[in-house]
Design a protein around this ligand. Structure first.
Ligand code: ZN
Length: 394
């Protein structure tokens, strides 16, 4: 056994420990606590000037869009989601696929930053190969699109043939029949159903009366066939009416959710993924995070893609959270990046330092840091933080 000792150990599900240790054996955590209590259990490995904490989780990313990073480096948008989607679709058409090179570089970068698990959403079946053999665990979901009834029927046929886990893009890009079919498929395979929802005011306007920026966008793109009946309610309410909201549904973004919808999400134990960096870039607004926490929701964090975020950094997402929500404690924000993220993706192996969990442990360089300041430091540093992986054989 190895006794990994550091001036500060952050289990996440328990308070920080001064002069703490994590004991591991064969890639699993055996014990966590003060070094003085655990030192006799094995060979001590010192991590001077470091904080040990669980590896991070990115709950929402599109690796296949990594080669369109130029879009995410442009000037931020101002809430005009359909304009950005048009730019994205046009850029995809013009760009020659790079055989996943940019995606793998993005994944390498996330590993360097201490990310252990990502939920990757892609439209191309070949994208599921991107993460194969990579030290970051990539849970791939093939995303369905099909707003017009005919397109939805085609997408459902594609789903039946696919061996991948499948999911739906958004309420404004999926016919209700497709939304229901994709959720039923995910349910039958005991997988999460991830969907972009309540991301922009334009989406809410469209669901309310079928008009606005998304109606124009859908008509311009030739997807409007008249089969869509506006539900006349909010986006979460709409998904609930279709029977889609349960503990295995991961609602990504949730910027425009009413108090009633927050209660609905909490009552159904639905999962929420916040993407503050992407929301900021697109100028769509800020999710009502304080109300979510108050209701008992434990959100995870996602970067979304490089096409709507200049960086794929969960450290940066935490920093933006601190900036946007000064009343939310650093401990809660760190939980979002670790244990909440794992729970959002149905993973019970990582996310915290506790006996029985996989030894996905990272060491962050932080000279002279005291245990009581560790959560504050880690959540406010941003993407330039220095991270090492804790390995058993050293
Ligand atoms: Zn996304």
């Amino acid at each position: 056994m190895f006794v990994h000792r550091a001036p500060v150990v952050l289990p996440v599900i328990k308070p920080p420990i001064s002069d703490g240790a994590v004991v591991t054996e064969n890639g699993m955590i055996v014990a966590v606590g003060p070094y003085a209590r655990l030192r006799s259990l094995g060979k001590t490995v010192e991590y001077d000037n470091s904080v040990l904490l669980p590896a991070l989780v990115n709950c929402h990313i599109h690796l296949e869009l990594s080669q369109l990073a130029e879009l995410g480096r442009q000037n931020p948008h101002h809430g005009d989601m359909p304009v950005w989607i048009s730019e994205l679709l046009d850029a995809r058409q013009k760009t020659v696929p790079d055989d996943g090179r940019a995606a793998r570089l993005a994944l390498d970068d996330m590993y360097t930053q201490g990310v252990a698990l990502v939920a990757d959403i892609g439209n191309m079946p070949g994208s599921k190969e991107i993460g194969q053999g990579h030290p970051v665990q990539v849970d791939f979901y093939l995303e369905m699109l099909g707003f017009a009834h005919r397109s939805a029927v085609n997408a459902m046929a594609k789903m039946r043939e696919s061996l991948c886990d499948c999911t739906s893009h958004a309420p404004y890009s999926n016919h209700p029949d497709l939304l229901i079919a994709a959720k039923q498929r995910a349910r039958s395979r005991n997988r999460i159903f991830s969907i972009h929802v309540a991301e922009s005011q334009a989406e809410i306007d469209f669901l309310r009366d079928g008009n606005g920026l998304f109606r124009s966008f859908i008509e311009q793109r030739g997807f409007w066939d008249g089969s869509f009946v506006p539900p006349g309610c909010g986006a979460i309410d709409y998904l609930d009416r279709l029977g889609l909201i349960d503990e295995h549904t991961l609602c990504v973004h949730c910027v425009y959710v009413s108090d009633k919808e927050i209660a609905l999400l909490a009552n159904h134990h639905a999962k929420v993924c916040l993407c503050p960096g992407s929301n900021q870039f697109l100028g769509v607004g800020k999710a009502p995070v304080e109300k979510m926490i108050e209701a008992g929701i434990a959100p995870g964090l996602g970067t979304d893609s490089l096409a709507s975020n200049p960086r794929l950094s969960i450290w940066e997402e935490m920093r933006i959270m601190r900036e946007n929500y000064p009343s939310v404690s650093p401990a809660k924000i760190l939980a979002m990046a670790t244990i909440n993220g794992a729970q959002c993706l149905g993973n019970h192996e990582i996310g915290c330092l506790a006996p029985g969990r996989r030894a996905g442990i990272i060491a962050v360089n932080a000279k002279g840091l005291k245990a009581e300041n560790a959560e504050d430091f880690l959540t406010s540093f941003g993407h330039n933080i220095s991270v090492d992986w804790v390995k058993e054989a050293r």
